[in-house]
Design a protein around this ligand. Structure first.
Ligand code: GUN
Ligand code: ZN
Length: 438
């Protein structure tokens, strides 16, 4: 039809507020339509409701897609992931600092070639679509080329993506290290070209404290001060060896977080990956500035970094996001991230409910990343990014679902047993981006 107007009839689930950590979601947080309708036009949602309610309001020429047996949710959001590490996932052995030197840095050197970066950006986005992740905050490599390649590919698909060029001016191979201010100038060029273009946003990306001089961290903070619409992404307190190294490199800072505070890198649009080894004082300082910690459970388990303390984060009102952190993460799928998050929680006596999990993956991540004016919910005016889930995608899943007697049980089963087979379709910007081949 000429207006590009579509309606999908399906089970529809979205969150209007945080459901909390209890077995029963907070009142008013869950929006669920058993026989629902999602109507979108030219990339934006027009209305969501029960099929009965909505049918009268639909234009005569709307195209109807009947998926009554499927469950539709907002597209999943991954708050911290390295597209340049896709090909080193599952590289055996050891902890963070050795893993960086042995696998990560050599791999990132390959992104000096534009053609390689272009191939990898497409391969990565194909994978994201296969797992129903429609938005991610992405580390590229130090090469500006790698950012151009990623943003170009995202723009062609009309995806909402945040990304940035890694800043490193020391303690990495020469092919990856910036001239201190050269890296900042490259960043300025990339911001001018990409930030706010289509659905793209720029995230200033100092890798972590050990690989940037104080001068480079300060200059990164200067970029943020000049433009408060920019994002920031880095790593914080992931590994004990890393902590010792930071203490040695920055003897003037009383703790790891203060290294970033001194350079004005801690604000409401800042995401710090990991944050495993923090005390309550640091958690409160992060919370006061509205910064968020990306909990990356499969990565934390893979590198043996530690068991993230979600209860301490909640008690100090720290904003949390949920992330895969590929390539240390072992799965790109949001469902797999929830499963690993549940397992980490079990070992801490803090099990993750399906309500809290699916909220975190959708609206929760959108709120913490300041993207909730555009994505994260199925509601009028929001951008039309959503995932169509098949809860009977495998024989085992179908068997187990047949035993479920409530939506809560179905969702928990999905987060523990689901994988990319459960992602029937992925839509973003109102366009079909992926359909599973049977
Ligand atoms: N800390 C600094 N760089 C990295 C990285 O690439 N992956 C992880 N997991 N931690 C880091
Ligand atoms: Zn990371």
């Amino acid at each position: 039809n000429s207006r590009n107007s579509w309606v999908m009839r399906a089970r529809i689930l979205s969150f209007d507020a945080d459901p909390g950590d209890g077995d029963t979601p907070a009142e008013g947080s869950v929006v669920y339509h058993e026989d629902g309708a999602l109507w979108w036009e030219a990339g934006r949602i027009r209305a969501v409701g029960s099929w009965q309610e909505l049918t009268d309001r639909l234009p005569a020429d709307v195209s109807v897609i009947d998926q009554r047996d499927k469950l539709v949710m907002p597209g999943f959001i991954d708050s911290h992931v390295h597209y340049v590490q896709l090909d080193i996932m599952a590289s055996y052995g050891r902890q963070l600092l050795d893993w960086l030197n042995e696998y990560t840095f050599p791999e990132e050197c390959r992104f000096a070639q534009r053609e390689h970066a272009e191939q990898m950006a497409d391969a990565f986005l194909d994978e994201l679509m296969r797992v129903g992740t429609t938005t991610a905050q992405v580390f590229c490599s130090s090469h500006p080329n790698s950012v151009d390649a990623f943003f170009s590919a995202s723009r062609r698909r009309d995806l909402c993506m945040l990304a940035g060029k890694v800043l490193m001016d020391r303690h990495a191979p020469p092919e990856l290290t910036d001239d201190t201010l050269g890296g900042i100038h490259d960043t300025e060029r990339l911001i001018a070209e990409w930030h706010g273009t289509g659905r793209l946003g720029y995230s200033v990306t100092p890798r972590f404290a050990p690989t940037s001089s104080r001068e480079q961290l300060d200059a990164a903070g200067g970029l943020l001060r000049n433009d408060d619409s920019l994002w920031l992404q880095t790593h914080l307190s992931e590994n004990l060896g890393e902590l010792d190294w930071v203490a040695e490199l920055f003897p003037d800072s009383r703790d790891y977080l203060e290294v970033y505070e001194k350079s004005h890198l801690v604000g409401p649009r800042s995401t710090f990956a990991h944050g495993i080894h923090l005390d309550d004082g640091m958690r409160r300082r992060l919370a006061e500035r509205g910064a968020n910690i990306a909990f990356c459970p499969s990565s934390n388990l893979f590198l043996g970094s530690g068991l993230f303390d979600r209860a301490a984060a909640r008690d100090t009102r720290l904003n949390l996001t949920l992330a895969s952190d590929i390539g240390a993460g072992t799965d790109l799928s949001g469902l797999a991230t929830l499963k690993a998050g549940y397992q980490v929680g079990q070992l801490r006596g803090q099990p993750l409910t399906a309500w809290a999990g699916f909220h975190a993956l959708t609206r929760g991540n959108a709120v913490s990343l300041s993207l909730d004016d555009r994505i994260g919910r199925l509601a009028p005016g929001m951008e039309a990014d959503f995932v169509v889930l098949d809860l009977h995608a495998s024989p085992l899943l179908a068997r187990r679902m047949a035993r479920c007697t409530s939506l809560a049980e179905e969702l928990f089963t999905l987060m523990m047993l689901g994988d990319d087979r459960a992602v029937h379709e992925t839509w973003a910007g109102g366009r079909l981006q992926h359909r599973r081949q049977p």
